[in-house]
Design a protein around this ligand. Structure first.
Ligand code: GDD
Ligand code: MG
Length: 349
């Protein structure tokens, strides 16, 4: 089976981390989250995955070169952002005539894709949309189904905080239903394609799999994904908790809580205390520093004796020794020292 993985979003809600790293390449414990997505696809027999992004395209090149094994990756050009529907239509010529998978690239899940395919075939569906139960559908696409699972309505980002089945961002699509849609203009699968196909009376079904599922789109969810992985909540993936990369240097006198991940090349100095946080590659947490509920980005630095609580430090950001920050967002390379006036923006995590 083939798949198209949507990796071209700008990751706005995960800024400032995504100023320099595309969201799918932000690490999840020991490898980019896109590796987890591709491994999950491989485990369900996907042999080829088509990817495209006009945003930070060059950053994907080294990822593709470093990746081995299945699925084979086909990178295609997307000159300007085509949206979720446009990116799929743009990939059609590489996806063959059989039903294929299309996935949002920012989802961590252990959904049984093999069972989803069997469901798709049994129903003779043209489109199958994986569903996830949400208490508040506003950040998602609300999917209303009949008792037999047939989709009656697709309402992207509803305004009211209603509970319900939401779009999990994983579809099985018969390529024939997408023929005729424009190739070279932005198109939303959620707002344009699905409502139109429903109106045409196409066979669209919702598939409820009992699965772990999380959208990695915000700092809170990105941290939560780590905690869940460290707790072994995602089927098929196991890590020791805390996770410390074999290439990290953590002083024996540092204190790491259970929900902590430390990436390769990171340095944690004596008496530093880290809890409910992730420290990405080449970052540095100084002696006696405290890091709580925070994301310390690649090569970022928390100075000796400094405290960060609920903060996001983008690549290369630096907090001077002894400072205390709460709820701050530091952009790439931003330095906060006693003389700086800006202390980042945004509320606590
Ligand atoms: N190639 C490409 N081009 N990919 C894109 C583009 C584009 O122009 N725009 C967005 N994407 C990718 C993003 O990288 C992401 O992986 C996926 O499409 C979905 O975009 P998000 O921006 O993350 O959307 P969302 O989280 O607000 O909502 C979507 O996901 C929800 C589930 O998490 C929708 O599909 C909702 O209906 C769904 O419930
Ligand atoms: Mg998303």
């Amino acid at each position: 089976m083939r798949a198209v993985v949507l990796v071209g979003g700008e990751g706005t809600r995960l800024r400032p981390l995504t100023e320099t790293i595309p969201k799918p390449l932000v690490p999840l414990v020991d490898r980019p989250s896109l590796d987890h997505v591709l491994d999950h696809l491989a485990a369900h027999g996907v042999h080829e995955a088509v990817l495209s992004s006009s945003y930070l395209e060059e950053r994907f090149r080294s990822f593709i070169e470093a990746r081995h094994g299945r699925p084979r990756i086909v990178w295609i050009t997307e000159e300007e952002p085509l949206g979720t529907g446009g990116a799929i239509v743009n990939a059609l010529e590489h996806l063959g005539d059989e039903p294929f998978l299309a996935l949002n690239g920012d989802i961590l899940t252990d959904l049984d894709l093999t069972a989803m395919r069997a469901f798709h075939e049994e129903r003779r569906a043209e489109v199958t949309i994986a569903l996830h139960r949400a208490e508040d559908a506003r950040p998602f696409g609300l999917v209303l189904t009949a008792t037999d699972g047939r989709v009656r309505e697709f309402r992207e980002k509803p305004e009211e905080p209603v509970p319900g089945d939401v779009n999990a961002g994983i579809y099985l699509l018969d390529p024939a239903v997408l023929r005729g849609w424009p190739r070279a203009r932005p198109l939303s699968i959620e707002r344009e394609v699905f409502p139109a196909l429903i109106a045409e009376g196409r066979r669209i079904y919702g598939f409820r799999g009992e699965a772990y599922w999380l959208d990695l789109g915000t700092p809170e969810q990105y941290l939560q994904a780590h905690f869940d992985l460290l707790e072994g909540k995602v089927r098929g993936i196991r890590y020791p908790a805390p996770y410390v990369s074999p290439e990290a240097r953590v002083d024996l006198r540092a204190h790491l809580g259970r929900w902590v991940s430390v990436g390769p090349g990171a340095v944690v100095r004596p008496d530093a205390e880290i809890d409910d946080s992730i420290v990405l590659a080449r970052a540095r947490v100084g002696a006696g520093a405290r890091v709580l509920a925070s994301i310390v980005g690649p090569a970022a630095e928390v100075g000796d004796g400094a405290t960060v609580v609920g903060c996001v430090l983008a690549e290369g950001a630096r907090v001077a020794p002894g400072l205390a920050l709460e709820g701050a967002r530091l952009g790439a390379g931003e330095v906060v020292d006693p003389r700086s006036v800006t202390q980042g923006s945004g509320g606590p995590l």
